[in-house]
Design a binder for this molecule. Structure first.
Ligand SMILES: O=C(CO)[C@H](O)[C@H](O)COP(=O)(O)O
Ligand SMILES: [Fe+2]
Length: 215
């Protein structure tokens, strides 16, 4: 399975619906939620997710880069998030937060910053639908892929194999036409791409080309 998830952080917020419609072939729409505390940037909240839900049938992949995620999980689930991903660094009670998302009937992911080791999720890995490896420091689009992420993805794939469960590895940050095949070979199956898609004239064509690079 290969999933391409355009990150609307790089879309034109004044024409969000139109930009999403132009993402033909997208498997997920990646929604970056930033609060100005956990990361040094502010983006969007549940009302925008609710509007997107009404606009598109593509599943919404909500990446929470916020402090106290447990306080907001219910609102994002009610707004229509299909996958809710929290950062391991943002909640010392990660187990509770994961089970809060599951109890709301949503798929759950946990994200790790580039400096956070894989052992942070060892105890909760079998509970997860997805692990999101940040391949840039979160907060902004258009940054360069951190090459050390490749080895981290390989080690995570081995950890997942040992669980015997079907857990996705999503990679977010600096994914391009030039490196997506290498990231796929390392073990990732879900690819977030913001600037690599929204800086091109034909988003659908670029999504298809990114997928073809993995084949
Ligand atoms: O979570 C994110 C940043 O914190 C974004 O999803 C990510 O940066 C995508 O942008 P690009 O593909 O341009 O790197
Ligand atoms: Fe993201």
């Amino acid at each position: 399975m290969i999933r391409i998830a355009p990150s609307i952080l790089s879309a034109d917020f004044a024409r969000l619906g139109e930009d999403i419609d132009r993402c033909t072939g997208a498997d997920l729409i990646h929604v970056d939620v930033m609060d100005g505390h956990f990361v040094p940037n502010i983006t969007i909240g549940p009302p925008v997710v609710a509007s997107l839900k009404k606009h598109t049938s593509v599943p919404l992949d909500v990446h929470l880069m916020i402090a106290n995620p447990q306080q907001y999980v219910e609102a994002f689930a009610a707004a229509g998030a299909d996958i809710i991903t929290l950062h391991a660094e943002s909640d010392v009670h990660l187990h509770r937060a994961i089970h809060q998302v599951k109890a709301l009937g949503r798929q759950v992911g946990v994200s790790l910053n580039p400096a956070t080791p894989l052992c942070m999720i060892e105890e909760v890995l079998p509970d997860l639908d997805m692990v999101l490896i940040m391949s840039v420091n979160p907060g902004f689009g258009g940054q360069k892929f951190i090459d050390a992420s490749l080895d981290k993805i390989r080690r995570l794939r081995a950890m997942i194999s040992a669980t015997g469960k079907d857990i996705s590895i999503e990679v977010d940050g600096g994914v391009t036409m030039d490196n997506i095949a290498q990231i796929h070979r390392a073990g990732a199956d879900t690819f977030v791409a913001g600037s690599a898609i929204f800086s091109t004239p034909d988003y659908g064509h670029t999504i298809n080309a990114l997928r073809q690079q993995c084949r």
